[in-house]
Design a binder for this molecule. Structure first.
Ligand code: CP3
Length: 358
């Protein structure tokens, strides 16, 4: 693939804890329903999967937030649930509802049938990566992503979102062998899937462990982190002569920060319950951090947003040997006013240079 040289590498350099002039910013779910232009493309595509499976549409919505805001990274438009869909579980997104699987994995027989899928079924994702790189033309780097083996297993077993994770945790306690087999298959698939995204042009990758935080201490390490670690260990870390940084984000994982930081990732995503200064001390700046503004702070009006942005940057403090990528502590709400994002991005640019020596 021949592509334009990267014009803005502040995001990649921050993940590797190299000096940069300001704190780079992107937002989890930056392409999404809070943007009217996203909703317009989505209705042309007919459905969420229609959007995600068409590389032209996927590229269009990936670039939409970059047209509005001076963000420092683009994230592939797709979903963590494309992986179990390729395993044959039958994913659908009904309008106004969350994801659903027609064939959840609940019994010993269901688990026995499960296998690493042919990655050709996810060709549409790799095609989207290539097309987005072409359209970005070196403006900012492109992030690829996948769910963690445990987080993806939550949806595979529950068949949809859950309030109490009764089915998957029930399996964990009753038949840990079955859950370990699902996680093993997910880890192998996820490693291949992320490597194929890197091969197609992803310049950094992020693993979303959105639900690892629902596990008891001890079980998180065994059933979530261990498998995330296997994925990280299997990744290609270089492409186009540059390191491909890996970000691991466990929502609700603050108490396990030391072990998450030791999983082999370059950067750790944090939710808003964690103090960034304390986080840096706990791991002596051995990884970069990404986060961690409460997404609901975007409903506080411009003055409050700017003050909260400064509070996050002040908490991290002078960047020195560390690395900070500004982000939310979880995905942006679909009800967020687009002007709120403008205030956030502007304030990071205005206020963060004082924390950078160069
Ligand atoms: O960040 C981005 O802009 C890239 C795209 C992206 C989406 N999903 C698009 C999407 C990413 C990185 C994801 C990750 C994802 N998907 C996670 C991990 C991150 C997190 O939020 O914890 C999870 C748990 C999912 C599963 C998922 N997909 C759910 C629970 C839902 C429905 C709930 C919701 O927020 O609407 C989705 C659908 C989805 N994925 C939408 C988008 C923009 C909205 C659906 C629509 O347009 O109809």
């Amino acid at each position: 693939m021949s592509v334009a040289p990267l014009k803005n590498d502040v995001f990649l350099r921050s993940l590797l804890r190299e000096p940069v002039p300001y704190t780079p910013t992107w937002l989890m779910r930056q392409a999404g329903r809070y943007l009217p232009e996203y909703n317009a493309t989505r209705s042309r595509a007919g459905s969420f999967m229609g959007l995600a499976q068409n590389p032209e549409y996927a590229a269009e919505v990936t670039l939409q937030p970059l047209e509005r805001y001076p963000l420092d990274a683009a994230i592939l438009f797709s979903d963590i649930l494309t992986v179990p869909d390729a395993m044959g579980l039958g994913l659908s997104f009904a309008q106004g509802e969350g994801p659903r699987f027609a064939h959840p994995v609940r019994t010993e027989a269901d688990v026995a049938k499960l296998a690493v899928p042919d990655l050709e079924k996810l060709r549409y994702v790799f095609d989207a990566v290539g097309l987005i790189r072409k359209q970005l033309n070196g403006r900012v780097p492109l992030i690829g992503f996948a769910g963690s083996p445990f987080t993806v297993a939550c949806y595979m077993v529950e068949g949809k979102g859950s309030d109490d994770y009764r089915l998957i945790k029930g399996m964990l306690y009753a038949r840990p062998d079955l859950l370990h087999r699902i996680l093993d298959i997910n880890a192998q698939t996820t490693a291949q899937y992320l490597n194929a995204q890197i091969e197609a042009g992803a310049q950094a990758v992020m693993i979303f462990d959105s639900w690892g935080g629902v596990l008891a201490d001890g079980l998180f390490q065994q059933f979530s982190l261990q498998y995330t670690q296997r994925v990280v260990a299997a990744l290609k870390r270089e492409r186009e002569g540059r390191r491909v940084p890996v970000i691991v984000f466990t929502k609700g994982g603050g108490q396990w920060l030391e072990s998450i930081a030791a999983c082999g990732a370059d950067a750790v995503g944090l939710d808003w319950t964690v103090d960034l200064a304390a986080a840096r001390r706990r791991v002596t700046d051995s990884v970069a951090f990404q986060g961690n503004l409460d997404p609901i702070a975007l409903f506080g009006g411009e003055q409050a947003i700017r003050a909260e942005v400064r509070r996050v940057l002040d908490a991290f403090g002078p960047v020195k040997q560390g690395g900070h990528v500004f982000n939310l502590g979880h995905g942006i709400s679909q009800f967020t006013p687009p002007e709120a994002v403008q205030a956030l991005v502007e304030e990071v640019r205005l206020y963060s240079p004082r924390f950078h020596a160069v």
